[in-house]
Structures are given as C-alpha cells and as structure tokens.
Write a protein that binds this ligand. Structure first.
Ligand code: GRF
Length: 223
C-alpha cells in the first residue's frame, strides 16, 4: 500500500558539509543550474577554512559557514553549533560531501533520514580512508562508490545506491580516484533528485525507493 508522505517544500533545501576540494559540491551546483536537480543549496559548511570547496561556493554566491574544530571544546558542542545552522537555514537534507568529521550520535539521531553520504568504495568494503589504495593493494577487479543514509556507524548506514567500475591493470590510486569521482559527480545529483521527488526515504533503518523497501542497493551504472 503506498505510503503518504508529507509534502517536501520545493525546491529541496540542501546543506552541503565538506572539508576539501568540493568537486561533489560543484557537481550538485552544476546539476541545479542545469535544472536536472530541483534543489537549492542554502548553506555550505566546512571545518577547514582553506577548503577549496568554500571558494567554489563563494564563486556561486552561496552562503558559507566555517566551523573550526579548535573553536569548540568537544564534539558535542561542535555538533550543537552544526545543528543550529541546520535549523537556522531550514535545511531539508544534509549532504555530506567529503566532510572529514565523524558526527556525534546526538546529531545523527536528531536528523535521521535527513543526512546522506557518498563514500568512495563498494561498502561494506573499505570504510574509512585510502579506499583506492586499499582496492589496488587487494588486487580488486572492481571498485566504485556507495551512497547511504548516515547513522551512528561509520560509513555503514542504510545503503541507497552503488556504482561500479573496473580496476585496470595500469591503474594507480590517482587514476582510480578519477574514475570513481567521475561517477560520483553523476550519481550524487541523481540520488538527491530522487530524494527531492520523494522517491526515496528512510524508515526504521530501511531505505524505501518508490514505496518499496530496498533489499540491495540500487545499481547506478555509467559507461
Ligand atoms: C569523495 O571521493 C567522496 O566520496 C568522499 O570524499 C571525497 C570528496 O571529494 N566522501 P570532493 O571534495 O567532493 O572533491
């Protein structure tokens, strides 16, 4: 039986959290500009003042907020400040795009089903850092990305989608990263649009897509 969800405001209000280059932020900005993503970025948050992603945001006249770790006595107070920003800008969905901080259980619980992450591996393989190096070390034949809702478990929340690519004999970590990132820049806006279209939601730790529980991640394949 179809579930009736409360209507989301249109367009979807996104907060993007990042710590670095921000190529995924750029892909989201580009998708919004191209009108393939019905959303607006209401705030970009970084813990690193020099993050290039902040510059990208400013070039597009987006609101930016810098929350440096050193300005807060502990994770709980840091995350309270983060939560305040989310409320202040009336964010519908928090998009983690290379945000290199672990969110506290209190923050995650407060926004369950409203935090999404992209990770550069085929989870549950390689949570954490250096995923491309680890795939090469293990001589994996394929590698890829995962997009999931964020729960308290690091890189292990309920899975939404994955995209795969071949690992080539001549690959090094940089070439493999580039291949995965090219897919990231297509996959993340696509999944966000599903959320905007209310095709995707989380209930009782289960991901629903088109009102049906997902038993395995949706497969996004790019030639
Ligand atoms: C991406 O590879 C993403 O999967 C991971 O962090 C990286 C961020 O890259 N979570 P960028 O800053 O968006 O270029």
């Amino acid at each position: 039986m179809p579930q009736h969800l409360p209507p989301l405001p249109s367009p979807l209000s996104l907060a993007v959290f990042l710590s670095g280059n921000g190529s995924n932020l750029q892909a989201i900005i580009d998708a919004i500009d191209a009108q393939t993503l019905n959303a607006r970025i209401v705030v970009v948050v970084s813990d690193i003042p020099q993050a290039y992603g902040l510059q990208r945001a400013q070039e597009h006249q987006l609101v930016t907020r810098i929350l440096e770790k050193s300005a807060y006595p502990n994770r709980a107070t840091y995350d309270l400040a983060l939560a305040e920003i989310v409320h202040q800008y009336q964010v519908d969905l928090i998009v983690l795009a290379g945000f290199m901080r672990i969110l506290s259980p209190g923050f995650v619980q407060q926004f369950t089903g409203k935090i999404i992450n992209i990770h550069p591996s085929l989870l549950p393989l390689y949570p954490g850092l250096h995923t491309h190096e680890r795939a090469l070390e293990n001589q994996d034949k394929e590698h890829g990305l995962s997009i999931h809702f964020v729960t308290e478990a690091l890189d292990a929340g309920p899975m939404i989608a994955q995209a795969r690519c071949a690992v080539l004999p001549e690959d090094n970590p940089e070439t493999l990263k580039q291949r995965v990132q090219r897919m990231e820049h297509l996959a993340y806006p696509q999944v966000l649009q599903w959320f905007a279209d209310q095709r995707l939601h989380l209930k009782a730790n289960t991901v629903f897509f088109d009102h049906k529980p997902l038993t395995q991640p949706l497969s996004l394949d790019y030639p």
